[in-house]
Write a protein that binds this ligand. Structure first.
Ligand SMILES: O=C[C@H](O)COP(=O)(O)O
Length: 262
């Protein structure tokens, strides 16, 4: 397992863009990045569309061999059967998904997902050959009561029970208070949590896995602040929500290396 961490910029579309819009968006994104001569080996780009878009995105990316990865926003902890409304990791893998988000704060808040559910979903993702993108983060109340790292560390520890050392995974630190608020964490705050999470990963999964695992920051990321996060040594990318729906803005975030940080 290589410990070099390729920067990773991911767009979580949440419940936005239908399958027709997804085709137009991904095609234009690919053209924009090609015209900008993005070095696709130097940064990995991924989108997380709604489930109903995935077949369209797969067809486009596959037929035009676009350098854009994609994944599901969630998966079932079950593999198949009488689970109405659930989506199996096997189905996501069958659509060439490389990644799957697990434990996004909106799943935790609106769908009551627990750390135990996340652990089962992480196990399901691994069973189906998907790379889990485990989302962790504290609410404003947690921040006040426990500080920034305690809840993310607990969420990480509880969800990674089924993970073996050497397993590729991505961790997204998303303070709930920063999501969609226009008030990102400071780069130093995000770095402090990221370095703590990396230490936990090393303890849970060994030094090599800890060093190789990419840790993303998410919460009000924009083109105007991405470079300051990417300068931090333990932040390897971003999970972008609102700004990932604006083509020029997302393309600019992907090209963070061109931004000047004053
Ligand atoms: O998954 C993405 C996060 O929820 C961040 O959303 P945001 O960039 O709109 O704050």
């Amino acid at each position: 397992m290589s410990t070099a961490r390729t920067p990773f910029i991911a767009g979580n579309w949440k419940m936005n863009l239908d399958h027709l819009q997804s085709i137009a968006f991904v095609q234009k994104l690919a053209w924009t990045l090609r015209d900008a001569k993005l070095d696709t080996k130097a940064v990995e780009v991924a989108v997380f569309p709604p489930f109903t878009d995935l077949r369209s995105v797969q067809t486009l990316v596959g037929s035009d061999d676009l350098p854009i990865a994609f994944g599901g926003q969630d998966l079932s902890r079950f593999d198949s059967g009488a689970y109405t409304g659930e989506i199996s990791g096997a189905f996501l893998k069958g659509l060439d998904c490389r990644y799957v988000l697990i434990g996004h704060s909106e799943r935790r808040e609106y769908h009551g997902e627990t750390d135990a559910d996340c652990a089962e979903k992480v196990a399901a993702a691994i069973r189906h050959g998907l790379i889990p993108v485990l989302c962790v983060g504290e609410t404003a109340e947690d921040l006040e009561r426990h500080g920034a790292s305690a809840i993310p560390v607990k969420q990480l520890r509880e969800a990674l029970g089924p993970v073996q050392r050497g397993q590729e995974l991505v961790v997204a630190y998303e303070p709930v208070w920063a999501i969609g608020s226009g008030q990102p964490a400071t780069p130093q705050q995000a770095q402090d949590v990221a370095v703590t999470l990396r230490g936990e990963l090393a303890e849970l999964l060994g030094d090599e896995t800890g060093a190789a695992t990419r840790i993303l920051y998410g919460g009000s990321v924009k083109s105007s602040n991405i470079a300051s996060f990417m300068r931090e040594p333990d932040i390897d990318g971003a999970l972008v929500g609102g700004a990932s729906l604006q083509l020029d803005e997302f393309a600019s975030i992907v090209q963070f290396q061109k931004h000047v940080v004053l």
